[in-house]
Design a protein around this ligand. Sequence first.
Ligand code: PRP
Length: 215
Amino acid sequence: MRPLTVAVPKGRVTRSLVDLFGRAGLDASELLADDRRLIRRSRDGQLAFLLLKPDDVPTYVEYGAADLGVCGRDVLFERRYDLLEPLDLGIGRCRMVVAGPTGQVAPAAPRVATKYVRSATDHFAQRGIVAEIIFVQGSVELAPLTGLAHVIVDLVETGSTLRENGLEERETVREVSTVLVANRAQFKLRHAQVRELVAALGACVRAASAQAFTQ
Ligand code: PRP
């Protein structure tokens, strides 16, 4: 049987993903190899990981180029994908926030720089604020420092990027975490294999959250 194909995002979630898979008895250690291969296989040959830009993970899974994917909720909020979400992996926890220069008040109709156009548009519309949303791909914190925008909507994990750029958090837009997504057809066709993987990961997620609760 061909391996289960799992689309994974390149970036800061890799370490915790490899740890979580490891605790579930699934070998994802090849994801840590420092080379340019875009397909990495588990030692037992049961899993093939596709290394992707985070925004591309749901696309690969929706079209069936991958059976499963590991994806931040921030990405899923931005577009409508036809996917199953069998499990919140409990990793990659962060917040999507509105932030601006420390101590400054934004105008009533602010310009907002963000990669998250849809989330930002909805957030300001729900508050009855007429905001001009400006799309930028990264280094979003630069926008208020250069006059491109008054505020930003971006992800905050430790808060150090905001602090080091003289910005402060104003409002939370959404809580974000990393979820397992599945292709609808493959979820049925390969149910036994997928169910086993989801059950193994789910047990580890629940154990980690119970441990965090008692600490
Ligand atoms: C993310 C996010 C912030 C930063 C927040 O960027 O866009 O810039 O992390 O993290 P912190 O609160 O721990 O400082 P990332 O490093 O993923 O790179 P990017 O700017 O290319 O999106």
